[in-house]
Design a protein around this ligand. Structure first.
Ligand code: PLP
Length: 393
């Protein structure tokens, strides 16, 4: 089996570990370990048990009116501005098609699917070096550095950024928007930030922003969604698979000017979101308790993982504002990954698919504290019996 280009490939991991896929503890996919919410499971069971389970026995509404109404209410936008998709991945495909033949400025390392979508659409990728401006992630993107005419120029951003976990403050993005013909902002991990939902308690936001002081506290909301009316050249893509742990159901949405959605409807198939995914998404969005529990768990889990990784000799984790941590290791990351799999059935994400990072980095998704303890003890044990791993420095 080929080395996967994405996290969460448990069949690949199980083949290496020689165990069933269910036995793998997966730190590679950056999903919320508290989910899926019980409310979603119950809604799915109800939908399937009904005398006429319309979620599977009928075609979905091709306009997804109910789901768009839920999303519109949650993000305080007109439902016409919402377009739902079979995960954020489908929406990236159509966003890339909009950039056919255009020059797309793309900070790299970048989520691998961007290149898949952009190359398939015939866009010209202009990579921006994200790592060299790590002290100030927006430095490479400041308008002073952008030459004259914006025609034919597109910007793709990912905020918070995968794989570094860095957040670009929205005040730093807003001045960039007028300098591009199109801007796509992938906010797949934005739900994990306190303040993303209007009902997030203020004290929770303050506490969650920075328990260790390692990352500056944030003003409340960081999404660009409220600014899209003023910037019709810009669209925001969101995923519901990460925060609500629904990657197998596939559900995401985009927010932007309705004119764009008229074009996208002509490109895609009529029912790309299945009926069960639509039921699950509506139930997930209504579950305020799940959101609150996640926001209370997350800062402690991130602090625990960061401190644990910092304690490993020579390991250098990046401060993160997302639900995963990028860590530079003093050893071959793929050999570590393999040992973690073979000896401990633990899967972490290597970063070979991010060519700028190579075999020196791991990306580790947050999990429960006992699972994180298990990972950290396994790393210590591997380091103590180091002989099988050749240091690459
Ligand atoms: C930055 C980013 N955007 C989008 C996606 C795709 O998410 P979805 O599962 O909603 O297709 C991923 C998945 O890993 C991601 O990391």
């Amino acid at each position: 089996m080929q080395r996967p280009r994405h996290g969460g490939h448990r069949a690949w991991a199980a083949a290496i570990a020689g165990c069933p896929a269910e036995a793998i503890v997966d730190f590679s996919a950056s999903l919320n370990p508290l989910g899926p919410p019980q409310s979603v499971v119950q809604a799915l069971v109800r939908a399937l048990a009904a005398p006429d389970p319309v979620a599977i026995s009928c075609y979905p509404d091709p306009d997804y009116r109910e789901l768009r109404a839920c999303l519109a209410q949650r993000w305080s936008v007109d439902p016409e501005w919402i377009f739902v998709g079979n995960g954020a991945a489908e929406l990236l495909t159509w966003a890339a098609r909009e950039a056919q033949g255009l020059e797309v400025w793309l900070p790299r390392p970048a989520f691998g699917d961007y290149e898949r979508a952009l190359r398939a659409a015939g866009a010209v990728i202009k990579p921006l070096d994200w790592l060299s401006c790590s002290g100030s992630p927006t430095a490479a993107l400041l308008p002073e550095g952008i030459p004259g005419n914006k025609r034919g120029r597109v910007l793709w951003l990912n905020n918070p950024h995968n794989p570094t976990g860095q957040l670009i403050p929205r005040e730093a993005i807003l001045p960039l928007l007028p300098h591009f013909e199109q801007v796509v902002v992938d906010e797949a991990f934005m739900d994990f930030l306190p303040g993303d939902a209007p009902q997030d308690p203020i004290d929770l936001c303050a506490a969650a922003a920075c328990p260790s002081g390692s990352v500056a506290p944030l003003p409340r909301s960081q999404t660009l969604i409220p600014y899209l009316e003023a910037h019709p050249n810009t669209l925001v893509i969101r995923s519901l698979t990460k925060f609500f742990t629904l990657p197998g159901l596939r559900i995401g949405f985009a927010v932007g000017h309705p004119e764009r959605w008229r074009r996208w409807r002509q490109w895609r198939d009529p029912w790309s979101v299945n009926g069960l995914a639509a039921v699950a998404a509506a139930a997930a969005l209504a579950d305020a308790d799940f959101r609150q529990r996640t926001l209370m768990w997350l800062p402690r889990a991130r602090e625990h993982l960061l401190r644990g990784l910092q304690a490993l000799p020579g390991w250098d984790p990046w401060p993160s504002q997302a639900n995963f941590v990028l860590v530079r290791c003093p050893l071959s990351a793929t050999q570590l990954q393999e040992q973690l799999l073979r000896q401990y059935r633990i899967l972490v994400r290597d970063c070979l698919s991010f060519p700028e990072l190579g075999d020196r980095y791991l990306r580790i998704g947050l999990r429960t504290l006992p699972e994180q303890e298990r990972l950290l003890s396994a790393c210590w044990e591997i380091l103590e019996n180091l002989s099988p791993i050749a240091p690459i420095d």
